[in-house]
Ligand binder design. Sequence first.
Ligand code: HEC
Length: 182
Amino acid sequence: MKKLILLSLITSSLLANNYALENTPLSINNKTIGTIIIGTKFDIVKNDNNKSEIKLTGYRPKGGKAIYDTLGVLSNSVNLDDANAVKVIGTKVDDYDNTWEVVEIVASVDSAKITNKDIIEDGKALFEERCGICHALHAYDEFSKNVWPSTIKSMQDNASLDENEYYQVVKYLQRVAPGDDE
Ligand code: HEC
């Protein structure tokens, strides 16, 4: 019984959710391969001084530089500088018959840029504070998950959203907005 409790304690700490604290460079053998986007969830493989090796899987149109965390949703998790820096481990077809590559990324990030806090939830306050100044706040469900990114892009300067805030608002809205088939 004691062993069982100990085991579950160890397992739960290993399974703590880890997220990128902000848009942060990702590297392999000290070479930057791209940027992991704020709020992206990943597993930690190992900690080494100030660096952590992390692992995540994602989806992209064949050969693309933008990696998305959910099949069929344009929710950026990693923006690659080099499209070939990641391993393609399979393909998947979404509800619209589009084929996506499934990629696996094992790379290093600065350990100080890892948080256990779900910071995408803070996008709600940003949305409510910055988006209802010049006109009434648009409802979260007025646009679908895949339409919100371009809508926020067109308002990014109006709302003075920096790149981290832009993704925070987009990812929050993608969490609560309807899918494109709803
Ligand atoms: C500085 C003022 C200002 C701020 C702040 C602002 N907007 Fe706007 N917004 C406008 C103006 C002006 C228009 C109408 C002209 C246009 O479309 O550019 C508009 C139009 C819109 C539209 C309608 C256009 C469409 O595509 O249907 C949406 C949706 C919208 N804003 C969302 C937002 C969101 C979300 C934010 C926060 C990220 C935001 N706005 C912040 C000024 C602002």
